[in-house]
Design a binder for this molecule. Structure first.
Ligand code: ATP
Ligand code: MG
Length: 204
């Protein structure tokens, strides 16, 4: 283990005091309060789970949360059951019929996406909700199941203090452009490639 001399301790203290001043000035320079449009995209794992992490954080502050799942619905997930424990503080709509290669029915996929977007509209208009999660909306936009321009306009026109998280691979450039915060999850390594199947509590 590293031992610390008096001189090193003094130098460290002076350096940290300087750093704190810089840090404090940086924090003080940020004054804007706003509801954020957040996009979690990219090929790596963590888009949906990060969105639900924010949902949990909101709930911790006593806020209500709305969730629309555009693709999932046909199967159950641990998060859905866990959020059910919050009662009516979480409004949850799983509107998907499954992956496109599962349904194999284009008209049905489009109808499901449109029904999900209608539910999303209700949640976006609900003044008691602080965060809306639109899980896999990017997938519905990618396949043009929804009109990109009107979706982006609706999201931009959200209430000033409403936070919205959109997840899914291949976020459309127009949505990225409209967003305040965009995170690209990178696929550095994934266990699927090593033959590991979907694990309970990790994938669902
Ligand atoms: P999660 O729900 O775990 O946060 P995600 O939302 O980032 O994942 P999706 O694109 O929605 O990922 O894919 C859902 C499933 O696909 C997850 O179970 C995830 O583990 C898996 N997955 C994500 N990225 C990869 C990848 N690069 N290769 C293989 N499978 C992946
Ligand atoms: Mg996902």
């Amino acid at each position: 283990m590293k031992t610390v001399t008096d001189e090193e301790a003094a130098r460290h203290k002076a350096k940290m005091a300087k750093r704190k001043a810089v840090q404090d000035a940086e924090v003080a320079s940020k004054t804007v309060e706003k509801g954020l449009l957040i996009v979690n995209t990219g090929p790596g794992k963590g888009k949906t789970t990060a969105a639900f992490g924010l949902a949990l954080r909101m709930l911790g502050h006593g806020k209500r949360v709305g969730v629309v799942q555009f693709v999932k619905g046909a199967w159950h997930s641990g998060e859905r059951d866990a959020f059910a424990a919050f009662g009516d503080r979480v409004v949850w709509h799983s509107m998907g019929e499954g992956f496109t290669w599962e349904t194999q029915d284009l008209a049905r996929d489009i109808a499901a996406a449109q029904a999900a977007w209608a539910k999303a509209g209700e949640l976006l208009a609900d003044p008691t909700i602080g965060l809306v999660v639109l899980d896999e909306l990017n997938i519905a936009l990618r396949y043009d199941y929804l009109d990109l321009v009107s979706v982006v306009e609706t999201l931009k026109g959200r209430r000033g203090d409403l936070h919205v998280v959109v997840t899914g691979r291949n976020a459309k450039p127009a949505l990225v452009e409209a967003a305040d915060l965009v995170t690209e999850m990178g696929a550095t390594k994934h266990h699927f490639a090593a033959g590991v199947k979907a694990q309970q509590g990790i994938e669902f």
